[in-house]
Design a protein around this ligand. Structure first.
Ligand SMILES: Cc1cc2nc3c(=O)[nH]c(=O)nc-3n(C[C@H](O)[C@H](O)[C@H](O)COP(=O)(O)OP(=O)(O)OC[C@H]3O[C@@H](n4cnc5c(N)ncnc54)[C@H](O)[C@@H]3O)c2cc1C
Ligand code: SF4
Length: 486
């Protein structure tokens, strides 16, 4: 513990967001740089607890007090060594993780937690800037071949670990670029895509091979995958979206979030207009989670006339409810950058409402949404009589989550089994019901978070390595059954 009084002398501080009216004119990340002196103070707030609960809060088991101390001492080179020891991609989690570690930080019991996520991203950004992130190719090759299907954080983590263990790894991705939801789900203003490209350079130099625009099961059959590779890792995500079967669902202008966001992200990267554009439209975002927030920020940058977000759950509390004590990961009212932009433009977040249907014009375009206020979940979201109303809606995005993996040709031909939630069934070694076929990330866990996907990718890689060689030195951070503390 470098500064025994750090937590008494410094308050929690985060970088300042660029002014709303400036940042909505571009797609760049929303934060200003964080001055070095402030970073030092934030790292100094870590109390180096005897039992660091943050380790358990982080699914990767990041060695948080160690790198806080190293940052305080300005030894960034050692800090990135310790950070990379548990996390392949801190540039992703440091920007995008909801930081369950901070919810579990001991300082958070009676004060604001350490700004762990900020320290994390500053370490890796500094390491890239200094040229310390170099390829780490294996010293010895095993001659074994592994196919990884899907290039989201789970597939990438598994691929990097297995390549470094000496296997020949090929990553298959059906999209035209690598990254999974990091590439085409999450908008540029939350994480600029250059961070993915920079990491892929390292992975290519280490020997991982990437094949894009290859839909496994269609462009390469399951039988060929099995014949050409000694093991297969399925990391195709939980891409089956939840729909809203109400009157008017078929109207033009009602899209799934993942129909709306990918073209918007592609267009933003190319500096072009998206084929589905919110300019001048009244936009309604159904769903109050991360995906909904991404739709809000995107629609605002496209020049929407108005944006309204609807959520069926009641508004969450601003601070921990008694039922979600420390160190659990609480459900809180959040003010993400997109929410700030929404409020600034006079938009609304409406809670405890349910969508009854959509009304259209003579050409089949959506023009309005009918909603009703509902009682809470304990009353089964019962509609409250007399609260029905209509709001203008020219563009609607459905951001209501995902129900699990698509039952694709690949999965059918491989003959893998599913668990009772419809996710891929696997044993403690991440192996599916088919010998030599493993799974990692949302495909087995269900819709989750980047940090869990990386942790699963790392853990699955260790089991694949043991399967192929009979032993492994790769880490196994989590069991497939591990869940966050809620
Ligand atoms: C809009 C949105 C915003 C989000 N924001 C956050 C956030 O801020 N923070 C956070 O922690 N989490 C966030 N999440 C969740 C997070 O992105 C996921 O939990 C994570 O990406 C899952 O990683 P994965 O590797 O399992 O799968 P994915 O990232 O979904 O990647 C799966 C990949 O597999 C490919 N694929 C599927 N089938 C095949 C096939 N047959 N052949 C070839 N390729 C195939 C898909 O094209 C896809 O690229 C968000 C999710 C969404 C939808
Ligand atoms: S990966 Fe997430 S949970 Fe782990 S230390 Fe970073 S911000 Fe915290």
């Amino acid at each position: 513990m470098a500064d025994p009084k750090g937590f008494l002398t410094h308050d929690r501080e985060l970088p300042v967001r660029r002014p709303v009216d400036v940042r909505i004119q571009d797609w760049k990340e929303v934060y200003h740089d964080f001055p070095a002196a402030k970073l030092n103070q934030q790292a100094a707030r870590c109390m180096d607890c005897g039992i660091p609960f943050c380790h358990n809060g982080c699914p990767l088991g990041n060695l948080i007090p160690e790198w806080n101390d190293l940052v305080y001492r300005e030894d960034f080179q050692e800090a990135i060594e310790r950070l990379h020891a548990t996390n392949n991609f801190p540039e992703f989690t440091g920007r995008l993780c909801p930081a369950p570690c901070e919810a579990a930080c001991v300082l958070g019991i009676n004060s604001d937690p350490v700004a762990i996520k900020r320290v994390e991203v500053e370490i890796i950004d500094r390491a890239f800037a200094e040229g310390w992130v170099r390829p780490e190719p294996p010293a010895v090759k095993t001659g074994r071949r592994v196919a990884v299907v899907g290039s989201g954080p789970a597939g990438l983590a598994a691929a990097q670990q297995l390549t470094r263990a000496g296997h020949d790894v090929v990553v298959f991705e059906r999209a035209d670029a690598i990254g999974g939801l990091l590439r085409y789900g999450i908008p540029e203003f939350k994480m600029e895509k250059r961070h993915i490209d920079r990491r892929l350079e390292q992975m290519r130099a280490e020997g991982t091979e990437f094949r894009t625009s290859v839909n496994a099961g269609v462009d390469i059959t399951a039988a060929r995958l099995r014949a050409e590779f000694d093991a297969v890792v399925l990391a195709g995500g939980a891409t089956q979206w939840r729909d809203l079967p109400v009157e008017g669902r078929e109207l033009r202008g009602v899209y799934q979030a993942m129909e709306y966001l990918p073209p918007a992200n592609r267009a933003a990267s190319a500096g072009a207009d998206s084929e589905i554009n919110a300019r001048g439209k009244h936009v309604v975002v159904i769903g109050g989670g991360d995906t909904g927030a991404d739709c809000i920020g995107t629609a605002i940058r496209q020049g929407a006339a108005s944006v309204t977000q609807l959520e069926i759950m009641p508004r969450p509390p601003a601070s921990r409810a008694g039922s979600q004590p420390w160190p659990t990961f609480p459900t809180l009212f959040k003010m993400e950058s997109a929410h700030e932009e929404l409020a600034d433009g006079g938009g609304d977040r409406v809670y405890a409402v349910s969508t009854l249907g959509f009304a259209g014009d003579a050409e089949g375009n959506v023009r309005a949404l009918r909603l009703v206020e509902v009682e809470g979940p304990q009353n089964g979201f019962k509609p409250i009589p007399g609260t029905e109303r209509e709001i203008p809606a020219d563009l609607v995005t459905l951001s209501m989550g995902f129900t699990g993996p698509e039952k694709s040709v690949l999965l059918q031909e491989l003959g893998v089994a599913y668990d009772k939630r419809g996710n891929m069934a696997r044993d403690a070694s991440y192996m599916t019901s088919v010998e030599g076929v493993f799974s990692a990330g949302d495909i087995g866990r269900g819709q989750s978070l980047i940090v869990w996907a990386i942790a699963e990718g790392r853990a699955a890689a260790s089991r694949v390595d043991a399967f192929l060689t009979g032993e492994t030195a790769l880490p196994y951070p989590i069991l497939p059954t591990a869940r966050s503390l809620v």
